[in-house]
Design a protein around this ligand. Structure first.
Ligand SMILES: *[C@@H]1O[C@H](CO)[C@@H](O)[C@H](O)[C@H]1NC(C)=O
Ligand SMILES: *[C@@H]1O[C@H](CO)[C@@H](O)[C@H](O)[C@H]1NC(C)=O
Ligand SMILES: *[C@@H]1O[C@H](CO)[C@@H](O)[C@H](O)[C@H]1NC(C)=O
Ligand SMILES: *[C@@H]1O[C@H](CO)[C@@H](O)[C@H](O)[C@H]1NC(C)=O
Ligand SMILES: *[C@@H]1O[C@H](CO)[C@@H](O)[C@H](O)[C@H]1NC(C)=O
Ligand SMILES: *[C@@H]1O[C@H](CO)[C@@H](O)[C@H](O)[C@H]1NC(C)=O
Length: 336
């Protein structure tokens, strides 16, 4: 029995990368088909919509947990839907109880996939909470709308838990959102699972590594620090432009956040790693930056109501499927 479970685990998560669906089919981008999922268009505001992959034909009253998974910098929402779908298959949970949604933050590089009503971000500015082109709608607001959608008891009467997760570029958005985003309502637990981001927001001038402010003038500017945050943050009543660090940090400390890092995600160069001086000040590799941020927040945050955790996935490199399907990933995203 145990062996059978292990073999199934191996298959569901091993088959993924070989089948990773390429962004371009021919020269024109199209929405790849994902078994069990459908491509949806979710209303956000101002007559604008967000495309997404979500669980098809779900029975709403059976859903107890929604998993919102944010794609990485290549914006391949379909592969992230599949990564969580594989995790569900190998986990101890009943798939009928889980609703997966992978929103697609279209960029100016993705016009082939856009409709006239789509929200579109300049380059990858969705990653740091920026506004969509021509609309005062931040990628943080999109997550707010998703959380409020799943918190609505008329839609999902038995849902008690929303998990927002991402890996790498997606984890960057989730990390920043965990600091500034709206709270959940109606007794719904909101958890943030942040796997292998390239950088974090620091709340003050401390950095784990030396930084030369002459050579690196933006070392403390958003998205690395709290100087010049985006409109959403400036207008937020809750974080008051992050100037009121006391109360904002208390709320932040009490949020249910799981940081995850791959033990072997230790490379110090390459495409997946931000090697700008602002990020280098936070550590030399993803794992180094993750551990340094953990020491930082555990030294600066009020610990009386602290609700955050870090998990190191043994022998794992920079791999979304591997992180989500790990024992710690399954526990954080699906099983607890
Ligand atoms: C990512 O992790 C999965 C699941 O553990 C594994 O099957 C796959 O080979 C890994 N991919 C890479 C590129 O290492
Ligand atoms: C959803 O259910 C309909 C009707 O039974 C079916 O035609 C469709 O293929 C299902 N969608 C998916 C993605 O399974
Ligand atoms: C999974 O959940 C569905 C809906 O709640 C239920 O009908 C089904 O019996 C469950 N399956 C198992 C194996 O518990
Ligand atoms: C933004 O507005 C300008 C001026 O109306 C228009 O030309 C452009 O196509 C719009 N861009 C997007 C992405 O909607
Ligand atoms: C987010 O919170 C603000 C301030 O409390 C509120 O005005 C707004 O409606 C919330 N957004 C969503 C989508 O629930
Ligand atoms: C990353 O970790 C692996 C396994 O411990 C080790 O072999 C490798 O030298 C490390 N790489 C760097 C850049 O530290």
């Amino acid at each position: 029995m145990k062996l059978a479970v292990l073999v199934i685990t191996w298959l569901a998560c091993m088959l993924m990368p070989a089948e990773m669906i390429k962004l371009n089919i021919g020269s024109k981008k199209t929405y790849p088909i994902v078994t069990g999922a459908e491509v949806g268009s979710m209303y956000i505001a101002d007559h604008r919509y967000i495309a997404n992959y979500h669980t098809a034909n779900a029975s709403r009253q059976d859903i107890t947990r929604a998993v919102i998974v944010v794609h990485g910098k290549h914006r391949d929402a379909w592969n992230y839907y599949r990564a969580v779908q594989s995790a569900v298959k190998v986990s101890a949970v009943n798939a009928s109880n889980i609703f997966i949604i992978a929103p697609l933050f279209l960029s100016t590089w993705d016009l082939d996939l856009a409709k006239p009503t789509s929200l579109i971000w300049k380059d990858n500015s969705w990653m740091d909470g920026g506004d969509a082109i021509n609309y005062t709608i931040s990628s943080f607001s999109v997550l707010d709308y998703l959380v409020s959608h799943f918190s609505d008891k008329n839609r999902f009467p038995n849902l008690d838990s929303v998990v927002i997760t991402g890996h790498s570029g997606g984890a960057q958005l989730v990390q920043r959102y965990s600091l500034v985003g709206n709270d959940s309502t109606d007794g719904i637990n909101l958890r943030y699972v942040i796997a292998n981001p390239s950088s974090f927001v620091y709340f003050n001038e401390y950095r784990p590594r030396n930084v030369d402010p002459i050579r690196c003038p933006d070392w403390n500017t958003w998205k690395y620090g709290i100087v010049k945050p985006p409109r959403y943050v400036l207008e937020s009543q809750r974080v008051k432009g992050l100037t009121d660090l006391g109360s904002a940090l208390e709320t932040f400390a009490a949020r249910d956040i799981v940081y995850m890092n791959g033990q072997y995600d230790n490379f110090t160069s390459g495409n997946a790693l931000d090697t700008g001086c602002e990020a280098e000040a936070q550590g030399v590799s993803h794992i180094d930056r993750g551990l340094a941020y953990w020491s930082y927040i555990t030294s600066i945050l009020p610990l009386s109501n602290f609700n955050q955790d870090i998990e190191i996935v043994p022998r794992m490199n920079h791999n979304a499927t591997g992180m989500f399907c790990s024992t710690a990933g399954l526990y954080a995203i699906l099983e607890s």
